[in-house]
Design a protein around this ligand. Sequence first.
Ligand code: ADP
Ligand code: 5GP
Length: 201
Amino acid sequence: MKRGKVFVISGPSGVGKGTLCTELMKLYPDLAATTVSVTTRAPRPGETDGVHYYFRSDEEFDRMLAKDMFLETVDKFTHRYGTLFSEVERVLAAGKNVILEIEMIGGANVKKRIPDAVLIFILPPTLSALTDRIVGRGSESAEQIRIRQAQVETEFDQAKPYEYFVVNDELDLAVERVKAIIVAEGLKADACDVKKQYFGR
Ligand code: ADP
Ligand code: 5GP
C-alpha cells in the first residue's frame, strides 16, 4: 500500500480551518484524515474528548511529554497543544494522507522532523471577515477573542515558511483548492518513484 503524506493546515484562529477540513473529509473520505491532538484547554460546548481533542490536565501532558509521545507541542493562548505520533501512524496505517490542523510553530517543527511534509496556510478574504467569523462562532470569551486578535499579525509573520496559501472566501472553492494540493503532491511523490524505477534517480 502506498504510504500517505503529512499535510499541515494552519491559519489564524477563526479563518475556517476546522470547517474546511471537515468538509474536505466529508467529500473525499478516502483522501485524507485529521488527527486528534492533546490539549490542556477546557472543552467548548459540543466538543467531545477523543473526537475534537484529547482533553488532558497539565500533569498528564507532562507525563506524555516525558514518554516522548509527541511529534510536536506548543504553548498557545495560555494552553498547551500537542500532536501524538500514534495519531499520525493511525492515519498513515489506514492508507490515507494525514492532515495536521495545527498552528505555525508546530508546522515549522513538523517540517524539521518530516522534511516532505507539506505546509498549507489558510487566509481570510479580509481581516474584518476574520473578526466576523471568530465573533460569529460564539465559542470564545471576549478576553480570548482579544488575545487571539492580538496574535494575528505575528501569525502572518510565522507563515513565511509555508508553501501554499489558500484564501477561504467561498468554502467550496477553498476545499477544492486544498484537495488539488493534496492530489498534486501525491502525484509528485509518484513521479519520484517512477524516476527511480525507470531512470535510476
Ligand atoms: P478555525 O478552525 O480556523 O478556528 P472555524 O472552522 O471554527 O475556524 O470557523 C470559524 C467560523 O467561520 C465558523 O462559524 C465557520 O462556520 C465560519 N466559516 C468557515 N469558513 C467560512 C467561509 N468560507 N465563509 C464564511 N464563514 C466561514
Ligand atoms: P483551538 O483552541 O481554537 O482549538 O486551537 C487553537 C490553535 O491551536 C489553532 O491554531 C489550532 O490549529 C492549534 N492546534 C491544535 N492542536 C494543535 C497541536 O497539536 N499542535 C499545535 N502546534 N497546534 C495545535
